[in-house]
Design a protein around this ligand. Structure first.
Ligand SMILES: NC(=O)c1ccc[n+]([C@@H]2O[C@H](COP(=O)([O-])OP(=O)(O)OC[C@H]3O[C@@H](n4cnc5c(N)ncnc54)[C@H](O)[C@@H]3O)[C@@H](O)[C@H]2O)c1
Length: 356
């Protein structure tokens, strides 16, 4: 039976990515949209042929016929929305970051336990066919031992143009944007919150990907220790040294004026490496490119998977796993490690500065 699905928030990610993707899945009965800006909700629902528009996510939570819900909204808001839906027993697909503090993340997990809804955090890079090939190669080398042990891992992201000239339609109105709650780690001074949110929302992708390359595909996930943090005053440009499941890993972050997208993940073994270059996020049907180097044979293999879009794949995976009951690859329990790591990174940086 088709999954009865609703979406909350028809801003950029809703209109450009998730609503079209979920509507395209044959096993989804896309029954409703919720939007607190009523004119926007009505316009998008009409254009996309969605039968029902609700005034807020609470009305979706109260609709017993809806089984699963997608959510994308402001960084501090989306966990609050997801929490209400999980408490009402809905299965939730939510955009990253899952939460902006460990306390907010734990409230979300508590709602899931209480209400019975299951949470998948939408880390689409885990569903990119190039990243999947890269991860499978790492897993095979670890199991066989043929390439020696893992000596080092890198996540690198200097960004660039992520929208890739995506020219699909987007409805807009002049209705005011709803205020987002002021949520932050309780120990963090206010003056650092914007920098923290900027860093968290971007690099949560890269840390999550490193954890997935180096750990199991489902819970309990691999935890992260923070060894050193070196940032510019913008709280973003720099490097973080981590211990991810016993492997030394660095997270290189920054920005460069760049007409393409600069992001890669690299795992070094004693006798070779796997390196995966991400496509710009909005490039439909372009997976990551994978370079596999085998030092025994002095051989480099470069390969790209079939034409697939990570965002479409993650939506399909959510639907499949809700229906089968299989665990999600980026459950709330797994993603809690990311939230905790980002708090720890900023705590370490601010402690070294004498700011906390
Ligand atoms: N995966 C990625 O690579 C990626 C890329 C870009 C953005 N994102 C994430 O997406 C999120 C932003 O999503 P967006 O672009 O859809 O946001 P947006 O701000 O453009 O739209 C959010 C919409 O939700 C509506 N809204 C707010 N509260 C509501 C409620 N209680 N009920 C119903 N509607 C409500 C707002 O009116 C707004 O229209 C961010 O958290 C960001 O991290 C992820």
């Amino acid at each position: 039976m088709a999954l009865r699905f609703a979406y909350i928030g028809c801003g950029f990610m809703g209109q450009k990515v998730h609503i079209p993707n979920f509507r395209a899945i044959p096993d989804v009965d896309f029954v409703a949209l919720a939007e607190v800006r009523p004119q926007l909700g009505a316009r998008v629902a009409t254009r996309m042929g969605i039968p029902k528009v609700y005034a807020s996510h609470l009305e979706v939570a109260a609709d017993p016929t809806i089984q699963a819900v997608g959510v994308s909204a402001a960084f501090t808001q989306q966990a609050e929305i997801a929490s209400d839906l999980l408490a009402a027993g809905k299965h939730v697909f939510m955009e990253k970051p899952m939460a902006v503090s460990v306390e907010q993340a734990e409230r979300l997990l508590e709602s899931s336990r209480r209400g019975g809804g299951r949470l998948m955090v939408a880390y689409m890079k885990r569903h990119d066919d190039g990243n999947r090939l890269g991860r499978a190669t790492v897993a095979a080398w670890r199991e066989s031992g043929e390439m020696g042990r893992i000596t080092y891992a890198r996540g690198h992201g200097f960004c660039g143009d992520w929208t890739n000239n995506l020219e699909t339609p987007m409805d807009k109105t002049d209705e005011p944007y709803p205020p987002a709650p002021r949520v932050k780690p309780s120990w963090m001074p206010d003056e650092y919150v914007d920098r923290y949110l900027g860093y968290l929302q971007q690099y949560t992708h890269n840390l999550n990907l490193l954890r997935w390359f180096l750990g199991p595909t489902t819970d309990p996930g691999v935890p992260v220790g923070v060894r050193a943090v070196d940032f510019d005053d913008n709280g973003m440009t720099g490097v973080v040294v981590l211990n991810i499941g016993g492997v030394r890993a660095v997270l290189e972050s920054g920005g460069v004026q760049h007409h393409r997208w600069d992001e890669h993940t690299q795992i070094f073994f004693e006798r070779g490496w796997v390196q995966v270059f991400s496509p710009p996020l909005m490039a439909r049907n372009v997976p990551a490119t994978v370079q596999i180097y085998d030092g025994r044979r002095r051989e480099t293999r470069e390969t790209a998977g079939p034409w697939t879009w990570a965002f479409r794949r993650e939506a399909e995976e959510f639907v499949k796993r809700v229906q089968s009951g299989e665990p999600f690859e980026s459950s709330g329990e797994d993603t809690l490690h990311d939230v905790a790591a980002f708090e720890a990174i900023y705590r370490s940086w601010l402690h070294a500065k004498g700011a906390v």
